[in-house]
Write a protein that binds this ligand. Sequence first.
Ligand SMILES: Cc1cc2nc3c(=O)[nH]c(=O)nc-3n(C[C@H](O)[C@H](O)[C@H](O)COP(=O)(O)OP(=O)(O)OC[C@H]3O[C@@H](n4cnc5c(N)ncnc54)[C@H](O)[C@@H]3O)c2cc1C
Length: 430
Amino acid sequence: MSTLSRRDFAKFIAAGAAAGAAIGAPSVWAQGRTRGRVVVIGGGWGGATAAKKIRQMDRAIQVTLVEPSASFVTCPFSNYVIAGWRQINQITHNYNALASRHGVTVVRDTAQAIDGAAKRVRLAGGRTLNYDKLIVAPGIDFRWGAIEGYDERASEKMPHAWKAGPQTLLLRRQLEAMADGGLVIMTVPANPFRCPPGPYERAAQIAYYLKQRKPRSKILILDAKDAFSKQGLFQDGWQSQYPGMIEWVPLSRDGAVTKVMPNELTVETQLGEKHRGAVVNVIPPQFAGRIARDSGLANASGWCPVNPATFESTQAQNVHVIGDATIAGAMPKSGFAANSQGKLAALAVVNALNARPHAAPTFVNTCYSLIAPEYGISVADVFRVTDAGIVAAPNAGGVSPRQADAAFRRSEAQYALGWYASMTQDIWGA
Ligand SMILES: Cc1cc2nc3c(=O)[nH]c(=O)nc-3n(C[C@H](O)[C@H](O)[C@H](O)COP(=O)(O)OP(=O)(O)OC[C@H]3O[C@@H](n4cnc5c(N)ncnc54)[C@H](O)[C@@H]3O)c2cc1C
């Protein structure tokens, strides 16, 4: 049996303290040996990444992750649950490895208020957490009422399914219950919003289901913009796999929906045209998750400005904001981007608590979308920090070729599966 070195012993004490300490107050044993206390709000793509990576880089830092749910259902791959070829348990992840393997203290609660001056977070359950550094990763909330008539109650009739979980299953059930020949309406917001290619992948996945089970049905996409991510690739895929099934109506052809009547499953556009569906999927306009807005981390846009080299808030010291809630220049609101930003914020925090310098990062984002289970398309980008913020590096990315053959599309679908497995392992795995 080897003897513990002084350094290992200090680490051991700190790790034990992080796993077992009373919330917000390091145990007497750990005091003086703990490099600092980090609180992370939100255990999704950004927050869970940051919590784990800090502990992987420096076990002497105590990390407390606040998340209301016992498990997390990913939006990535939730369109395949709606299509019926993935199950919700295949996209559900828990926090066991973060807690037991990485020594993250996972607190099942909701952050209610941030006191930046006192460096404290108050939880809905009444407890208070003290921090040296805070990482805020609450994702998005919906702007209820921005589309007249669309509030949380209306989403029970016209699901958004833009936060994965019960809403995903509701949309799936509605499609299953729909008769052949029914019209599925999707409404899509203007930029910026979570997952720019997501609605168009969803249309393809719904079409995949309808083609097999209800082939006389149609999908109408009413869009509040005139162009979208991977547009050429999506439209080619829709045409080749589901000819005549998907119609896309852009803003310039009166695609923006301004009002909904949930009881009649009817939506109304800017120019007053009404469309009635058998199933209506409303993806509403969004802004940063509530805790970020309530704590003054968001600006008038509803999103949170950050220093692009560290993702520290420009509105509050010692507070980093990551993921969909941020204004991140050219980076999309994607799980991949949130994961990259989680790693960056983790590094910035570890560097700061160790009094080490921090260098500006380079980011990557790859986004796969599946037109069908064996038909994948992708976009990749490299992002650099410049005086103008985060910009896409020229000639360093692009979309997959439009003229690719079936074997190429099958490979891209395989890469998508590999991407999901490695990302979720990186974030929630042991
Ligand atoms: C249909 C769909 C498909 C998608 N597909 C892809 C894809 O293929 N690839 C990709 O990269 N991205 C994809 N995305 C986007 C991706 O889901 C988001 O970009 C990503 O989840 C953002 O991570 P986040 O950490 O900012 O927020 P989230 O992952 O949503 O995590 C936020 C967490 O914060 C918690 N929280 C909120 N408020 C509080 C509070 N006050 N206290 C404590 N906890 C709180 C929430 O419970 C949640 O767990 C898709 C999105 C959708 C809707």
